[in-house]
Design a protein around this ligand. Sequence first.
Ligand code: DOR
Length: 431
Amino acid sequence: MSTLVLKDGRIIDVNGDRTGDVVIDQDTGLIVAVGTGLAADHELDCEGLVISPGFIDLHVHLREPGLEAAETILSGSRAAVRGGFTAVVAMPNTTPTTDSVAVVEQVLAAGRKALCEIVPSAAISVDRKGEQLSPMAELMDSGVRIFTDDGNGVQDAKFMRSALEYAGGLPNDGHHVVLAQHCEVEALSKGGVMNEGEWSARLGLGGQPAEAEDLMVMRDIALCRLTGVRIHFQHLSTAGSVAMVRAAKAGGLPVTAEATPHHFSLTDACCAGFDPVFKVHPPLRTDEDVAAIKQGLADGTIDAIATDHAPHTPESKERSFDEAPPGMLGLETAFAVARDELDMSLQELLALFTSGPADVAGLGDRHGASLQSGRPANIAVLDLDHEWSVAGREMASPAINTPFEGRALKGKARHTFFQGEQVLNNFEVTR
Ligand code: DOR
């Protein structure tokens, strides 16, 4: 047996914030001891570093199958572990769409060679068209627990009701099925390429009103009340959505929500230079929306920080603002941007990357909750003092579309362990 001790780190998880050691059995991939004064075959000095459960990202686009020039499951997993993530939920807007067991199996097969756990999600509707339910029961048998038409919201209220009722009636292994919604009423957002407001008017670009999101959040809260089936709201971007989710939770409804770092750090003013790197769906909003999302993260309305990591090829992002595809990279910058922007304790911040998303996705048996003996060694070792500057070309993705290019940040994952294997060593991926 070969063991490694992470020595004298600041251990932060759901059990608290203390100094100590974590021993990993690298043969079994399990944590075998947590305490002080522990010894093992090998030692990694973690003095001055934070030892956290590995992060979970509920929302990434890995582009495989279909757009491997922008990202692959392997390259996306490298970006993930560079960001401290040990599990990522892969969105189903691939080509072909992840709406069949065959494509899920393809994603899972590529995932087995990845540096972190690839958790496949599948579409709610066939080809994400909102017309016919995907074979959810079969997809669940192949391991899927999260369904979403992300990239688009489910437009038809009756169809969404049917999806909720069907999913809610499926047998499961004790963990709820999650229907996750990209909230956008397309009848209102159509033709828009940025937030509708002062900036879209000034720039002469088509706008997407906040109400396009608010109305679908409102509708789905009503459908959640009607069916009793859980809904997860993806990438909240408006003050109105945050207020409605807060009220729904206070009323006892089983709703959860995520927010992205770009939606709580950037505004539509970023679009002033017509740079498509700032084009994203839902769009960057206003200062008031940013403040509301920060408040929602602080008071528990929003359960998780998720990146909506959306790689696009440099060529496609060089098109005009109107024509470029929406989306931004997020995995490698999420933690440092969140730390820079959010006024909360480190333990609270880490919960939004670990226990919060683990609860939403039902991954708490292996990711995100606590560092203790017997659990898989999925661990991020963070260097909070490390100063760095964002550079798209230095990231693991073939894509370079980070909206934070050139931003000076502090804090980064220095080491990441996935199932006991060191997949990030001193900021470098090991394979
Ligand atoms: O900006 C976005 N990009 N929003 C989405 O919903 C989809 C994503 C993508 O796939 O590029």
